[in-house]
Design a protein around this ligand. Structure first.
Ligand SMILES: Nc1nc2c(ncn2[C@@H]2O[C@H](COP(=O)(O)OP(=O)(O)O)[C@@H](O)[C@H]2O)c(=O)[nH]1
Ligand SMILES: [Mg+2]
Length: 361
């Protein structure tokens, strides 16, 4: 699972990246427009894993993970010409986007437009994504028109082209109205048809408003946030400093600024939830572990996430839901109460299921 951090220059992308990853990548007040990427893998905070780990006291505890890519090089106006190839590839390689928007004031950090206006900046970058996709769609529609003018087309080939044309025209109308593609409901077949285009505005997005250290929480209703998008705030610089402190020092710091809990946990959790995946767990003395699977995964597919042998030789899954296990207090008690079930190949795994796979290879 990869999340690309995008935003205008000096919005605080690298700072937010450092906060999320406890990293120390170089930030710069005068970063050039060139492409540069920082990458780090981060554990997704999950109190269910914490509690399971406390219950089993295993040798290893493994959380779900996400990869953050801090992608520099996005500028205003890029969409008019189409975003450059390497930058486009760097952004489209992600499953979701985290869009950092500058709200902090600092005369030492220049802004392209001189004034600080996060609502303007958010919509400017969103427009770039939409415009970039629109250019891609229009290019493809021109090609399709050329193809369809050919006389000697087979009937089936013509039908396929006509179908693609109809779909792309729908996308074009949506984009021309200024809406990102993530807000358009598509069937799984339609999704598949357009997957290879890697449309930027189709990716789920978390908008992070980057606040100054003591800036009050802004009104978020001024931002147009549609389907498959979420918005939150983060005190980027403060969180980045906090992220690399020793626990004692961090506690003092939190108290000084009147913060209950670091915001980075919330942001990591939100960016993971955005991907619309499910988490299941495996437990034991050796290892307590969170696994990530697509929302419609069946028990054998979940087994396959652990090891391909487990999917190939899948017989049954022993399933107890996390909530049931916690309520029962132990696996033995959950069994006694009949909360541990055997499920077959058709079973669709639920978020929070604890699985034990029976297999034979
Ligand atoms: N005052 C203040 N400065 C910040 C904040 N976040 C980032 N900066 C500064 O803004 C400059 C650009 O930040 P950076 O993370 O490199 O931005 P990027 O170009 O989007 O990666 C750096 O000098 C940061 O220290 C913040 O919340 N408050
Ligand atoms: Mg940067």
């Amino acid at each position: 699972m990869k999340i690309g951090i995008i935003g205008l220059p000096n919005s605080g992308k690298t700072t937010v990246f450092n906060a999320l990853t406890r990293g120390e990548a170089e930030t710069a007040a005068f970063s050039g427009g060139h492409l540069q990427i920082n990458t780090a893998v981060v554990d997704v905070p999950d109190e269910r894993v914490d509690r399971l780990s406390a219950m089993y006291n295993p040798r290893r505890t493994i959380y779900a993970q996400v990869t953050y890519n801090d992608i520099a090089g996005m500028t205003k106006g890029a969409g008019e010409r189409g975003i450059s190839g390497p930058l486009l590839n760097a952004i489209s390689a992600n499953d979701a986007l985290l869009h950092v928007v500058r709200a902090f004031e600092d005369p030492n950090v220049p802004h392209l437009d001189d004034t600080i206006d996060p609502v303007r900046d958010f919509h400017a970058l969103e427009d770039e994504l939409v415009l970039n996709d629109l250019i891609t769609v229009e290019k493809r529609l021109e090609r399709l028109a050329d193809e369809l003018r050919k006389q000697n087309l087979q009937k089936s080939a013509r039908e396929a082209l006509e179908e693609e044309k109809a779909l792309l025209e729908r996308l074009r109308d949506h984009l021309e109205a200024g809406h990102p593609l993530r807000e358009l409901d598509l069937t799984p077949e339609e999704e598949k048809r357009i997957r290879s285009f890697s449309f930027l505005s189709q990716k789920p997005m978390l908008v992070v408003i980057n606040l100054g250290d003591e800036q009050p929480e802004p009104d978020l209703s001024a931002y147009r946030i549609g389907k498959r998008a979420m918005i939150t705030t983060l005190r980027g610089r403060l969180e980045a400093e906090l992220a690399v402190m020793e626990p004692e020092e961090a506690a003092e710091f939190l108290e000084e600024f009147g913060i209950e809990e670091p915001g980075l946990k919330r942001v990591i959790r939100m960016s993971y939830d955005l991907l619309n995946l499910k988490t299941f767990f495996t437990v034991g003395e050796d290892e307590v572990r969170a696994w990530t699977v697509p929302a419609d995964a069946t028990a054998p597919e979940a087994a396959g996430a652990i090891h391909s042998d487990l999917q190939r030789g899948f017989i049954r899954a022993e399933v107890v839901h996390y909530n049931d296990l916690i309520e029962a207090g132990s696996m033995a008690e959950a069994r006694k109460r009949g909360l541990v079930r055997l499920e077959g190949k058709e079973y669709v795994v639920q978020d929070g299921d604890i699985l034990s796979i029976r297999f034979n290879v």
